[in-house]
Design a protein around this ligand. Sequence first.
Ligand code: DP6
Length: 349
Amino acid sequence: WVRMVTAQTPTNIAVIKYWGKRDETLILPVNDSISVTLDPAHLCTTTTVAVSPSFDQDRMWLNGKEISLSGGRYQNCLREIRARACEVEDKEKGIKIAKKDWEKLHLHVASYNNFPTAAGLASSAAGFACLVFALAKLMNAKEDNSELSAIARQGSGSACRSLFGGFVKWIMGKAEDGSDSLAVQLVDEKHWDELVIIIAVVSSRQKETSSTTGMRDSVETSLLLQHRAKEVVPKRIKQMEEAIKNRDFGSFAQLSCADSNQFHAVCLDTCPTIFYMNDTSHRIISCVEKWNCSEGMPQVAYTFDAGPNAVLIAHDRNAATQLMQKLLFCFPPSSDADLNSYVIGDKSI
Ligand code: DP6
């Protein structure tokens, strides 16, 4: 027999960034962060997990290619979920798995991303969140999504925020064992559903410096990172929570843009210096800032993760349409800027 579970998890985009760990093994951050989860119909990971007595080892395929599960991050997630596995009974198929059997049984995992892997589009976030969620269902683990988020966190920090829709906060926690470093939902996806998220794919190439290496270097060398984690982010988190609660787009946009810029300033302040944005990214920022200034009121927020792609959050559908026109004007299809655009949340634009 084979028992299978399939899950789908969207990626999330941080508007107050996580950058820097205080514990590299448990993946504990130096500050809280806040993200928005994308529509599951767009950028997402689909993962099928299967268990069978005929499997002789744990194996995983990512986008159809077998990858090694020997890395600490996968092993940590598998171990934590196995420890929470419960009895499963499927009378129709005649399957009964006792709690103690899970230790001996092996797993097969097949995972697909419908977007470029490791191009700064938070693929590890959706990937580990989906893996942990699917395994929890397969093994009948009783943990709620916040408890599961603390396991997904051990796969990739940002993954803990993909267990919920809407706006999500990753609380950094204080405990040394990481038990209080988990995600909570601030508001669900209906709370602010007029926002339209556009991802301008500047390049789908793999990034040069992984987030993991980049943030390690920043923790070791950037004084700005220490100031940011201690002085700046705690205040911004409170202001961002207020802005989200009140659907105050002016404050939301100002905080998101400032936080993205400070994260990239930390990258510049790191030794060796990290450049994630490129000239096209900078031109997109100018284009958005000029437009926001000319309107006297922000219409669009921008944020960039560990890559050159822009995530643009428009106030509403009308602002998103105008933004698309501006982007097409600044980057005509013949332009050599290597910019394709995906429209998330509203296919018709
Ligand atoms: C810039 O979660 O990919 O996207 O925990 O080492 O796997 P690891 O890093 P990762 O870092 C994400 C960094 C970011 C900001 C964010 O998502 O908050």
